[in-house]
Design a protein. Structure first.
Length: 142
């Protein structure tokens, strides 16, 4: 399976920002964890991170024709207000999509409890730490 993992703003700062919320492991650790799982499962994985909304939308649109079969996306703060990312996800009707959040967004600030992007995805996983990415990858196989 060809899987695209997209990480939005500030995910590249894992291990640096808010360690009590996001943990001590850095972004490279997360990427290696995902690559190891993909290799074990026989999947092809592309990791993409951007702090720019338009760049994320461009990558999602490219997934329409590049053979991507599953998407794992952590839109970061765009989760709560980017209808543009929602629309880009929604346009990929034939691709299974899972929204992931490292922290338990339902137990944090009120604004984090609302996801405008989740309705465009097949599943949302939150509060399972970095392992949520691996759970999302497993979901793509069902």
């Amino acid at each position: 399976m060809k899987i695209l993992v997209i990480n939005g703003p500030n995910l590249n700062f894992l291990g640096i920002r808010e360690k009590a919320v996001y943990g001590n492991q850095d972004y490279d650790y997360l990427c290696n964890m995902i690559k190891e799982k993909a290799e074990k499962d026989g999947d092809e994985v592309e990791l993409y991170q951007s702090n720019h909304e338009g760049a994320i939308i461009d990558r999602l649109q490219a997934a329409y024709s590049d053979g991507t079969e599953g998407i794992v996306i952590n839109p970061g703060a765009y989760t709560h207000y980017s209808y543009a990312i929602h629309d880009a996800l929604k346009s990929l009707e034939d691709i299974t999509k899972v929204e992931i959040h490292i922290s338990d967004i339902q137990s944090r600030e009120d604004f984090r409890k609302v996801s405008v992007t989740a309705p465009a995805c097949d599943k949302q996983i939150y509060g399972h730490g970095l392992n949520g990415y691996l759970e999302a990858m497993d979901y793509l196989h069902f």
